[in-house]
Design a protein around this ligand. Sequence first.
Ligand SMILES: [Fe+2]
Ligand SMILES: [Fe+2]
Length: 300
Amino acid sequence: MEHGYTYEATLAASHKVNWRLEDVIGGERRLDFSKRFMPEALAQVDALDGLGADEKRVFNQIRGHNYLYLFGVVEEFILPFVLDHARPQLHGDDFRVRALLQVAGEEAKHIHLFKRFREEFTAGFGTDCTMIGPPGEIARQVLSHHPLGVALVILHIEWMTQRHYVESVRDDGELDAQFKSLLRHHWMEEAQHAKLDTLMIEALVAAGSDRDLEAGLADYGKIGALLDAGLVQQVEFDVDSFERACGRRLGAAERERVMAAQQRAMRWTFLGSGMSHPRFLETVERIKPAARRQIEAMAA
Ligand SMILES: [Fe+2]
Ligand SMILES: [Fe+2]
């Protein structure tokens, strides 16, 4: 195995970084609404010329809220998927069972963490943000696809999470400290998840036929299209939420410009940055070289 990932090593690394919810939120640790929550590389609000500085900050915070929510949504299907993958192998490799259950426990904790942050956001922001969903329904639709397709989407998401933190969040000194701490703690545990996902995908490919491989790759594309439709809808909701929060309506032409710019930003955040991640593409290439080229073309 070229990547060198093992269940034993990921489990040991997980134990080292494991944190408690109480270490990340509560007490003195509060969101500061005078600050931005998301790095500009993902929020991309600076190019929205018609917005004032305060309005750009508000839009950035709305994007922070949708990041919390949409991560909550994806964790809703990651958790049952990992449990279903672990269930038939409970009597096999002990490290594998423990590593998979460790991931499941961490994802349940992340769902809880994102909910707690959203509660605090809602209390402090003062305007309700409209969201796609409900999360359980999106999870149900995603999980109705081929397990290999779902596993590829999960691998994409977990490498993407790390990329967001390492490339955009870690060195951004302007972000709200509490929101940044959330992203850092999430990243610390996600770093092991992508390795386990790689091992899960290899197990699925080894156990499946050529037909399973084709179905899995095709379903990766279908789930991507499903999520993309959700993102486009969410952008519309975000603009509505922005108008309510700022107490003004955008003109038709400006609204269209904001929507187009934010669609690009959301697609990069949740699709492009995962599809083009080198580690993700390496795994795809290992299972089928031509699929890598297809995904690279899609990402572009
Ligand atoms: Fe997570
Ligand atoms: Fe994860």
